[in-house]
Design a protein around this ligand. Structure first.
Ligand code: MLT
Length: 250
């Protein structure tokens, strides 16, 4: 039975409130830590002239583990949080005793996707606002069932997106655009891993999750039938139960 604390890293363009629905179940099983990435949620954007890179966000995560005196944790994340998990794995594999990947992928951006991220970053900076982001993104982030029948979840998601600081949104987009392919990195990750994906995830579809599970030496793959890209919002009980069952299995 795994006893390591669990650190979960959030998706873009939201913050750690996306874990609200899974928090109680997971915190009853293990110590749960859900930081905000630099520039998003309640984490400040450090003054820096360095090119945006998830490596620097990974250094933030390692610094948090140092501060909390946690030698090793189970590290996981949803979508961008998964990309960041891979950046931490690259930087400090010895701090990771298990991995949880939710609605994410190991592949890098195609050139068109990276160019689109730079456009979003420039628009956020130019307008000094992200009010335009939620209307263009929400329908891609949640399942059809959530979109049409769970107005409270949709309202929360819109609110979280609209609350993100434009500078943090711009930094995250540029950092994600620069991330490398991590498939080979996963092949070397000889720790228990859980790969979760919503069957309706159109941003990081189930084929990407299967490729991650195939690359990871010790992976369990779980597909959640009624979930989209942010499965912790679409099916919080399914996500939390899958993590707890996996924790209990090793
Ligand atoms: C996310 O949910 O974190 C983003 O959709 C990931 C991405 O833009 O690749």
């Amino acid at each position: 039975m795994a006893e390591l604390p669990l650190v979960l890293l959030h998706a873009f363009p939201v913050d750690s409130r996306m874990w609200n629905g899974v928090r109680a179940t997971l915190a009853a099983r293990t110590r749960l830590i859900t930081p905000d990435q630099r520039g998003l949620g309640r984490s400040p954007m450090p003054e820096t002239d360095r090119e945006p890179s998830l490596d620097d966000a990974a250094a933030d995560v390692v610094a948090l583990l140092d501060k909390l005196e946690l030698e090793q944790v189970v590290l996981g994340g949803c979508s961008m949080g998964g990309y960041l998990t891979m950046a931490v794995l690259r930087r400090a594999p010895e701090r990771i005793g298990g991995l949880v990947f939710i609605d994410t992928k190991a592949t890098a951006d195609a050139p068109a996707a990276a160019a689109n991220r730079h456009n979003v970053a420039e628009r956020a900076e130019r307008t000094g606002s992200v009010a335009w982001l939620a209307p263009s993104m929400v329908s891609k982030l949640v399942s059809k069932g959530t979109l049409y029948r769970r107005q409270d979840v949709v309202d929360d998601l819109r609110g979280w997106i609209s609350a993100q600081p434009p500078a943090g949104v711009a930094w995250a987009q540029r950092a994600m655009a620069a991330r490398p392919d991590s498939t080979d990195l996963l092949r070397e990750a000889d720790v228990p891993a859980l790969v979760l994906v919503g069957a309706e995830d159109g941003i990081t579809p189930p084929a990407e999750a299967r490729a991650m599970a195939d690359a990871l030496p010790k992976a369990r793959l779980v597909e959640l039938p009624r979930a989209g890209h942010l499965s912790p919002l679409d099916d919080p009980a399914g996500v939390a139960d899958a993590i707890v069952r996996w924790y209990d299995s090793w």
